[in-house]
Design a protein. Structure first.
Length: 276
């Protein structure tokens, strides 16, 4: 029997658990607030507490790779352990790595994150398309073969991105819409692995109706987006909508129970706003 694709699994887990994507962002300030050292041992404890708190509640857990990478090989080992622990919970595991390069180099990134036997075991990885969506093809192929996903930056939550992502192409589409359309094309195949990042912090104006894939919507909570904003800005494609929150959840720590309470409140608020 054919294994379900990443987007099939995303649809199923959202139906079961709701729309919250819980972030694991071991920022130095949060480590200090949790009385943890800013070193690989602190990262490991931080990640495990997040997995313990969110793993059976949230449909997805997103690891911010940069905070682990900053600590070199030992930090990446802490990331690997955290990813492995999260994979056992039933939540989708997203590595927020934002990789992107020419296709030959992208192949190496795909081997690290997406291919069968990849050392970093995430269900999906975020990718940057600044070098052109076609350059991402090796990652798309690897993800499809392994039943994993690629979530491509389309319209990000930071204001600095507007000038580039809102620029118009010769056919009148914005750059962001062209990314959405490219990913939608990947998903026309039965095991299409594509998703997009579309920030919840502004009125993006994108047509997501043909995407048929994950929409990762960062910005809930600390970046200013509310659950009502998420509902208003994402009227379609909700069956795979993941509203990402990190600091607004993590500031409730370090106690696992308090983190779980924060995640439950966010999940319930999203369900109320989205009518699900």
């Amino acid at each position: 029997m054919t294994e379900p694709s990443f987007n099939d699994r995303a649809r199923d887990v959202v139906a079961e658990r709701g729309h919250l994507c819980a972030g694991v962002d071991p920022h130095p300030d949060l480590l200090a607030a949790w009385n943890l050292p800013n070193d690989p041992s602190g990262l490991a404890v931080f990640a495990q507490r997040c997995v313990d708190a969110f793993g059976d509640l949230a449909p997805a857990i997103k690891f911010q790779v940069a905070f682990f990478e900053a600590h070199g090989p030992a930090g990446l080992t802490a990331l690997q352990v955290g990813l492995d622990a999260a994979a056992k919970t039933g939540a989708l595991v997203i590595a927020d790595a934002k990789r992107g390069d020419i296709d030959s180099t992208l192949q190496a990134y795909a081997q690290a994150w997406l291919a069968p036997g990849a050392p970093f075991k995430a269900d999906a990885v975020t990718l940057s398309t600044y070098l052109g969506a076609g350059a991402l093809r090796p990652a798309v192929v690897a993800a499809r073969e392994a039943g994993r996903g690629v979530i491509v930056l389309a319209a990000t939550s930071n204001a600095q991105a507007r000038a580039v992502q809102s620029a118009r192409l010769a056919d009148g589409r914005t750059v962001a819409q062209s990314v959405v359309d490219e990913v939608a094309g990947w998903n026309q195949e039965p095991t299409g692995p594509g998703g997009v990042v579309v920030g919840a912090t502004f009125d993006h104006g994108l047509d997501l109706s043909a995407l048929n894939g994950v929409v990762l919507a960062p910005g809930l909570g600390a970046q200013g987006a509310t659950e009502a904003d998420v509902a208003r800005r994402f009227p379609v494609g909700r069956e795979r909508l993941l509203a990402a929150a990190s600091r607004s959840l993590l500031r409730a720590g370090p106690a696992v129970g308090a983190l779980r309470d924060a995640a439950t409140r966010a999940t319930d608020a999203l369900a109320s706003a989205l009518g699900s």
